[in-house]
Design a protein around this ligand. Sequence first.
Ligand code: SAM
Ligand code: SF4
Length: 329
Amino acid sequence: MLIDTYGRAATDLRVSLTDRCNLRCTYCMPEEGLPWLAKPDLLTDDEIVRLIEIAVTSLGIREIRFTGGEPLLRRGLVGIVERVAALEPRPKMSITTNGIGLARTATALKTAGLDRVNVSLDTLRPDVFKVLTRRDRHKDVIEGLRAARDAGLTPVKVNSVLVPGLNEDEAPDLLAWAVEHNYELRFIEQMPLDAQHGWKREDMIAAAEVLAALRTRFDLTPECAGERGPAPAERWLVDGGPHRVGIIASVTRPFCAACDRTRLTSDGRIRTCLFATEETDLRAALRSGAPGKEIARIWRLAMWGKKPGSGLNDPTFLQPERPMSAIGG
Ligand code: SAM
Ligand code: SF4
């Protein structure tokens, strides 16, 4: 198992498949993009599957989430999903995507063994989408969402970040739309992980504000009183259910004490946390022909050093060097 000194066990592996993206969300990337990782630095499809196999068979990982950058840009994605689905024990598999291209690939991904998707969509207004993501692709995302639902990649979850001056007034509209289309909506508090280092706490729309805005139109009751476990989203039943809405309040209500994550970057480094400032390289060991046992040992040692929390609310907090898109959000 991947245990740390605070007694947490990581059972959920986030795998970043690429640092590249076809959108430029303002809270994530600058308009001109970023210096992308060079191809030889990226793990190959075989290397990714090998590391996932070690994680699943030797380290207690039960859930895999593919992310990026934009994971649908990874050519070998369907093949990777197929090979991971054949592992014993078979982990649960999902993907976090901006949805562009999902209309084309949803059925193939489902057939390959993908269980679920999270699609990121911050606005229902194509003009606002164009400003927020700096690309005119709103229609593609809507089509991708529909295809995912029709392919049975359910429950389809939608991730939304609210940005002041752009979509901050859209929370109730987004929820009404999600309920109508049978998507599960989750709002994410904006975090200091943008490549431009432009995050300001005072600009962030906090969970409490989102909740207050939603309550102007909906009756929300907490889904379960008390513990929310390792799930980052706190969830509410909408108008008595069965629809739900979640809020991931990483900044104002951190859930680090119950964290069950370990992360693999597309260049083969382990991160214990989104906000970790240190990484552990697995690629070198992998490429030097180290046996699985040795790779598992390095991974365990890395996770043993996991800090108790993100440090986000400490006065000494320093934003990690890698932005969200290169870590794998
Ligand atoms: N490109 C894919 C997507 O957008 O879904 C996967 C990667 S993206 C980094 C994963 C999630 O992180 C998205 O839901 C996105 O909205 C969110 N995200 C990106 N930057 C963020 C930030 N600074 N604060 C909070 N969430 C952020
Ligand atoms: Fe791309 Fe996702 Fe970042 Fe938007 S949030 S720029 S879609 S990686």
